[in-house]
Design a binder for this molecule. Structure first.
Ligand code: NAI
Length: 332
């Protein structure tokens, strides 16, 4: 039998948490034969809610779930964990400036970085979902110097999934018929969803997306804008932010990290840049990666045209500015 792994979900009493915990506990992420101990962390006022979630998880009678713990204590939350799904963050409140939100969340991820450093396994794999996700991941990594930086990532898989759906719908094919979509950069409105290396299976043939869609103006305009602003469109319609789709994307990201990508396929995740494609080293930037033996590798050698290069720089510049603002908060 496999060794039991320990998985932490933060913000577990929130809306993404409610969908995500189901996928963690039923084996969709780490494998249906992988037993796990689940730890749920949230803030003290949410402990009553979290007890209810724990009851439900137990009542699901999942065969992979060995134990469930609900806590507001970081030491209990981070001790001995193999995977950290960092969803919890302060939501934006009415009248709050962007910089106030950044400051509040940077403090959370500084504290959780220190907790990872002190209590987690050194092999822990970390995904940050809580916004600003890329910058939060960079701060957590900075305060966990005993854990390899490459174990830290931020989620852009929701953006990739959104882009994949847009292309499938436009070309009249299924999701499985679309491959190779890339999201570059920040999980924000400057992200660059790039289909110049993507393919569509149509009528038994594998076609470049530009050939299959035959609508360059849409691909360079409304397609990109739709993906960049999809989160706001969901809020406008649902009066709540994307939660089910965010949870599914988080599950996709961690499943691929633990179980590997399919041969010949890449996925997008925000990881520490090594300078690939001219992205300043150290920025947590979304790249296309392949994964084997729980190690990701940035796909090399893709040809980038002028249109792409410009968009990749805008989002890198935004990330550099966010990092500078976050580091200033850390000095306070
Ligand atoms: P939510 O507000 O429903 O839940 C957040 C939870 O985090 C709450 O239960 C809250 O008490 C908890 N929390 C706050 N501070 C905490 C701390 N220090 N430690 C542990 N828990 C803490 O929000 P929702 O909808 O679940 O979203 C969570 C985050 O995910 C938000 O920051 C949101 O912007 C982000 N997000 C990111 C996406 C991405 O693609 N990267 C997509 C969608 C959402």
């Amino acid at each position: 039998p496999k060794e039991v792994i320990k998985v932490l979900v933060t913000g577990a009493a929130g809306q993404i948490g409610y969908s995500l915990l189901y996928m963690v506990a039923n084996g969709d992420i780490f494998g249906h034969d992988q037993p796990l101990d689940l730890v749920m962390l949230d803030i003290e006022p949410m402990m009553g809610v979290l007890e209810g979630v724990a009851m439900e998880l137990n009542d699901c009678a999942f065969t992979t779930l060995r134990s469930v713990v609900a806590t507001a204590d970081e030491k209990t939350g981070f001790s001995g964990i193999d995977a950290a799904l960092l969803v919890g963050a302060m939501p934006r409140k009415a009248g709050m400036e962007r910089k106030d939100l950044l400051a509040a969340n940077v403090r959370i991820f500084k504290s959780q970085g220190k907790a990872l450093d002190q209590f987690a396994k050194k092999t822990v794999k970390v995904i940050v979902v809580g916004n600003p996700a890329n910058t939060n991941a960079g701060i957590a990594a900075k305060y966990a110097p005993s854990i390899p930086t490459r174990n830290f990532s931020a989620m852009t898989r929701l953006d990739q999934n959104r882009a994949q759906h847009q292309i499938a719908a436009k070309c009249g094919v299924t999701i499985q018929d679309v491959s190779g979509v890339i999201v570059w950069g920040n999980h924000s409105s400057t992200q660059f969803p790039d289909v110049s290396h993507a393919k569509v299976n149509k009528g038994g043939k594998s076609l470049a997306v530009y050939a299959a869609c035959n609508d360059d103006a849409w691909l360079k305009g409304d397609f990109i804008k739709t993906v960049q602003s999809r989160g706001a469109a969901v809020i406008a319609a649902r009066k709540l932010s994307s939660a089910m789709s965010a949870a599914k994307a988080c599950a996709d990201h961690m499943r691929d990290w633990f179980q590997g990508t399919k041969h010949g396929h890449h996925v997008s995740m925000a990881v520490p840049s090594d300078g690939s494609y001219g992205v300043p080293a150290g920025l947590i930037y979304s790249f296309p990666v392949t994964i084997e033996n729980r190690e990701w590798k940035i796909v090399q050698g893709l040809e980038i045209n002028d249109f792409g290069r410009e968009k990749m720089k805008v989002t890198a510049d935004e990330l550099a500015q966010e990092r500078a603002d976050a580091l200033a908060v850390c000095q306070e």
